[in-house]
Design a protein around this ligand. Structure first.
Ligand SMILES: [Zn+2]
Length: 259
């Protein structure tokens, strides 16, 4: 089923005069559901969760087109994922409506050193800590872009200026092997989302995002290197342990499997 990021990708492709060829990617046919080669499709592994927290992706122009973009994975896992293309001069009214919707408490996820100190928070309000009807659902806003673009987006989006800035200190090195930012502490969007879900007390979603990213990485690299999927490998086993998804097409879980 299409989601916010796949819709944004389709809209962006429709505006392109020339077909987009992913640099370093494979130029074979891709599954519309997961962007992988059909032989390495992982659509059957898409989790089905309910979450209290939501995610809003503000995506730089070509970000939805990159096969390695992990905002797509967030949209697979978190049902309330919204995605908007970012431009300096225009803002989608639907984005403003979302930010003004009283059911949500938006947080701009960004390093605190770039924001005025009074905006910076390091924790998310949890329902247990609030009394009565005041418990709004956290909405994590990610600037999905290169680091240079993200800083520009942060500076030039006045509709974000009044929102709290959630500053993360992950203290962990990215395991993500597909993209290299040159910063050791750089996390991909899906990893940042996992950390935010941890802060929101959504631990099943956090673990699912981590396990699903590992499965995607496996499928992506295997497709790139034209190697078969290891359906019984560590990444798939971990995802099954977390959410108990069905196996890949035509596969059966061994009777002796535990977990
Ligand atoms: Zn697929």
């Amino acid at each position: 089923m299409p989601h916010a990021v796949s819709d944004l990708r389709a809209a962006r492709l429709a505006r392109s005069a020339k077909p987009f060829l992913a640099r370093g990617g494979f130029k074979r046919e891709r599954c519309a559901g997961c962007r992988l080669a059909p032989s390495h499709c992982m659509c059957a592994l898409r989790p089905s969760l309910t979450t209290r927290a939501g995610v809003c992706l503000l995506m730089a122009d070509i970000e939805p087109l990159k096969p390695s973009n992990t905002g797509w994975l967030v949209a697979d896992v978190v049902p309330d994922t919204f995605a908007f293309g970012w431009t300096r001069t225009e803002v989608d009214p639907a984005l403003l409506n979302l930010l003004g919707d009283p059911q949500w408490q938006p947080y701009v996820v960004f390093p605190g050193q770039y924001a005025a100190p009074e905006r910076v928070v390091r924790a998310v309000e949890l329902p247990d800590s609030l009394r009565g009807a005041a418990a709004r659902r956290p909405l994590f806003i990610f600037l999905d872009a290169t680091w240079t673009e993200a800083r520009k987006m942060f500076r030039r989006s006045p509709y974000l200026d009044q929102l709290p800035v959630l500053s993360l200190e992950p203290g962990q090195v990215s395991q993500y092997k597909l993209r290299h930012s040159g910063r050791d502490d750089h996390l991909c969007t899906s990893e940042v989302a996992a950390l935010c879900m941890n802060l929101a007390g959504e631990h099943l979603v956090e673990r699912t995002l981590q396990a699903y990213l590992a499965v995607f990485t496996h499928h992506y690299l295997r497709a790139k290197n034209q190697q078969p999927i290891e359906w019984e490998g560590a990444a798939h086993q971990r995802l099954r342990e977390v959410i108990g998804t069905p196996e890949g097409p035509g596969r059966h879980r061994p009777a002796a499997a535990t977990g």
